[in-house]
Design a protein around this ligand. Structure first.
Ligand SMILES: [Zn+2]
Length: 522
């Protein structure tokens, strides 16, 4: 495992950016490994490759200008504002577009929540807060109401991707999110990575249905903007956590022109197959995924421009290869087939997995489950294993059993407020109805103090997550990852042998889609 990680995260692989020399090297490496294991090409066309057409959009740095009467304020590119356009066009602009603060920008009928009320925001630029509205529990005011937006857990309404989607649906010209480290789940310098080339799937409307300009402004600039509008950030934020909130016209306009450099590339998902032994069930699939891409070469940090992505996600990719190896060592293959799918452009918005999920090689009705690996445990053995979105599907029960046989327990996400269920590739399978598992490292380390797990995790998030310093460290201990991989192997194997396909649990948001799909598929 360590050899794979070292190779994939070496400087030679240049941080594995899609469309770079790093992609060529990575795709060749994975293909070569799968071939050596004696696996079959995973694509029905006889190759190990699924082409993923992407458009790369590089914005030219530009200031964002706020204007109120004669008063103007210029926000500096990257330091104060990170913005882009998804329009596949040479440029996009905001031209004295009126700014409207829309709180959390959420429309959620199931929670009887609408931040827009009847206000028409067409052509305007929305200023929004990140995460879900934090609604206090009516009985315990210091806690969040578990019945509204999942309490402490982040729902999809809290994700930045949702904010730009709803802004587009409302016909807005622009959407600016005020960054805050706590609610976002990561510091502003993670947002600042987005000043480089960003990729998107090539859509028929060239993304013209999106708002002209999407972006983030720093906390300080968000506060300053509201001050300029004679508003108080904290007071508005408090109002925004109530159902009575109404949009607030700020009396300030925004102007910005972003020029683009465009290129289209075919990036690649790499896919290998172990054919099942049962004549009928071999047409059903258990799909393991791990994204191979990372951020490539970007802005220098301490003189280093290569974002090696050792944990994220050379480690998961190495895990995928080792699980594949384990399957080839079985005396006979399982009844169902196993697909090993290493997807591209996860860091660009889960694009490779989205492409697979909407353009699958094998029908999703025949896809039993997805098991995703994104960032393995490099700190030693744990007594537990975390399941993001615990309670979603019967896959949890498979993990509980397999972990139990190792004397370990499963636990829910310790940081549900960060919305991890929406932040890696399994989400695209879930969105399409396929039961999908998002396991994560445990937090209770064998022979370590109780706070060790949180410490190493926070340290990684703060210093190395999406930074050039995400590299292989001499003190890594992969014994915990090895145990986790055994669990993932066992889970996939047992699903591939089971009498029936795993299901979503009642009440899950994706269950209706799966039930309809399977009914239609019969
Ligand atoms: Zn990742």
């Amino acid at each position: 495992m360590l050899d794979h990680i070292k190779t994939l995260s070496s400087d030679e692989f240049e941080g594995r950016g899609p469309g770079t020399k790093g992609e060529d090297l990575t795709v060749d490496y994975l293909t070569d490994q799968f071939k050596k294991l004696g696996l079959k090409p995973g694509n029905a066309d006889g190759t190990f490759i699924q082409k993923v057409p992407l458009v790369g959009i590089t914005p030219t740095p530009a200031p964002l200008i706020f204007k109120k009467g004669n008063e103007t304020k210029q926000l500096k590119w990257r330091d104060d504002v990170v913005a882009w356009t998804k329009h596949v066009a040479d440029s996009a602009s905001l031209d004295n577009s009126e700014l409207v603060f829309v709180g959390y920008g959420v429309v959620a009928p199931e929670y009887n929540w609408d931040d827009y009320k009847d206000v028409d925001v067409k052509g305007k630029t929305l200023v929004m807060l990140v995460n879900d509205p934090p609604v206090p529990d009516p009985s315990k005011s210091e806690e969040l109401d578990p019945k509204t937006f999942g309490g402490k857990a982040m729902t999809y309404y809290g994700r930045w991707t949702y904010k730009y989607e709803i802004a587009a649906q409302k016909g807005a010209a622009g959407a600016l999110i005020i960054h805050e480290t706590g609610p976002a789940g990561y510091p502003f310098d993670v947002v600042q990575q987005k000043v480089t080339e960003q990729f998107d799937l090539v859509t028929p409307d060239k993304n013209m249905g999106r708002v002209n300009i999407e972006g983030w402004i720093s906390t300080d600039q968000g506060r300053a903007l509201l001050k300029m509008a004679n508003q108080d950030f904290d007071a508005l934020k408090k109002q925004a956590a109530t159902r009575d909130f109404k949009p607030v016209a700020l009396g300030v306009t925004a102007s910005m022109t972003i020029k683009n450099t465009l290129r289209t590339i075919d990036s690649r998902n790499v896919v290998a197959k172990l054919e099942g032994r049962d004549p009928a069930l071999k047409n059903e699939y258990v799909v393991y995924t791990a994204h191979w891409d990372h951020l490539g070469i970007g802005p220098a940090v301490n003189g280093d421009r290569i974002y090696n992505g050792a944990q994220d996600n050379a480690s998961g990719t190495a895990g995928l290869l080792e699980i594949a190896r384990a399957f080839t060592k079985l005396p006979q293959p399982p009844k169902r087939s196993i697909l090993f799918l290493s997807v591209t452009a996860e860091e660009q918005g889960l694009l490779g997995s989205e492409y697979y999920a909407v353009t699958p090689i094998y029908p999703l009705t025949k896809t039993a489950a997805n098991i995703n690996m994104d960032g393995l445990n490099v700190y030693g053995r744990t007594k537990d294993i975390t399941l993001i979105g615990l309670g979603a599907s019967e896959l949890d029960d498979y993990v509980r059993d397999a972990a139990g046989e190792q004397g370990r327990i499963i636990r829910p996400d310790p940081e549900p407020e960060k919305g991890f269920y929406y932040r890696s590739d399994h989400f695209n399978f879930a969105k399409q109805g396929v039961p999908a598992l998002d396991p994560d490292s445990g937090i209770e380390y064998v022979g370590k103090p109780a706070d060790y797990g949180k410490k190493v995790r926070d340290n990684y998030t703060e210093h190395d997550y999406h930074q050039p310093s995400d590299i292989v460290r001499p003190d890594w201990d992969l014994s915990g990852a090895r145990e986790d991989l055994k669990v993932f192997f066992t889970v996939g194997y047992r699903i591939a042998e089971a009498n029936k396909l795993p299901e979503w649990k009642p009440g899950n948001e994706f269950k209706a889609k799966r039930d309809a799909m399977l009914k239609g598929g019969q």
